[in-house]
Design a protein around this ligand. Sequence first.
Ligand code: HEC
Ligand code: HEC
Length: 317
Amino acid sequence: MMRPIPLGPVAIRCAFGVASCAYALAGSFSLTAYAVQVRSVTEGVYSSGQAARGQQIYRVECAECHGTAMEGASGPPLVGESFLSNWSARPLANLVDKIQKTMPFNLPGSLSRPQSTDLAADILRAGRFPAGPVDLSDAMLAEVAFPAAGVSPSPAPAISAGTSLPPPEGNLAELMRAIAFPNSNIIFNLQLKDPGAQPKRKPASAPFDYVEWGSNEYPGWLAVDQAAVALTETAALLLTPGRRCQNGRPVPVDHADWKGFVAALVEAGKLAHRASQARNYEAFIDISDKLNDACANCHKVYRDKGGTEGSGAARCQ
Ligand code: HEC
Ligand code: HEC
């Protein structure tokens, strides 16, 4: 299934000159997008027969998570305002890629290109975009775009006059997996091994691996210091307005108990930072418990309520 990615001259240059390379790619992408996006999904770009084919796949492969009418369940809605603003002005090719490469969430890569295109047609039908005389073809995908949404649902929150933050990029689950999960594991690991007793650096293995190299660069207590900072500072991101949960519901940043759970995480993070700076290994028995409670108490109410982890539809309310 997995194909190795051939490293052509451009890819190799990217690996060693990330900044200039990202700039070059972004430049060429926007030029292409500008040149070819000429039609809107409002112009009858799929056929009703195609949407019906898509609907048959949808019922079997997608409805369980996205709801029978695409209203959202454990997965986000595929119709309505928040969906349209996610896809604002983006070409249909992106939607078909998203479906083909990442869905079904639990079995990605199992759909063919034509099936994914039929599913996109069904999503257009459900969104009340009109059908036309011919099927949406693979060749057309890059040339048809969603309408530009009028208002952004996640405006940059104003912090104080003249200052604003960029709107959130990830959903809450992605944020949890990116920051809370790996960093709390570094702290929980202290129950198993003393960071002061760990070897300072492991010899690099071949072939070179950035992640492996990086994970050895700040070893022992340094890694614990950093994890404590990351956990403490992720609190602000858990309170950022405009973020959504994986199921499409807004993160309940204005609920009093949510704020309380976030405050408990900050407290555990600060204790961990202080103890780590003091290289106080013994303190972490208690801190691991506090941290574990900070995660679990919030999860009990906002994540795991509706059933087992991952069932999802009742999250974040
Ligand atoms: C096991 C649950 C599950 C199944 C089955 C599933 N999805 Fe998803 N889907 C999700 C979750 C969770 C997300 C949000 C995370 C993400 O975007 O990757 C999502 C996101 C999406 C998005 C992006 C929505 C947006 O607003 O950007 C699309 C489109 C989508 N799914 C289509 C499909 C289609 C089509 C199928 C069936 C082939 C399908 N999904 C099956 C759980 C599921
Ligand atoms: C203030 C509440 C809150 C706190 C504190 C919190 N979480 Fe979460 N966490 C959630 C919610 C809600 C979700 C579900 C997000 C979604 O579905 O988009 C979640 C999801 C996750 C996930 C993804 C699991 C999945 O099923 O997708 C992981 C991993 C996770 N949290 C780890 C942690 C860890 C580790 C901590 C403690 C260091 C922590 N969380 C603290 C509310 C919280």
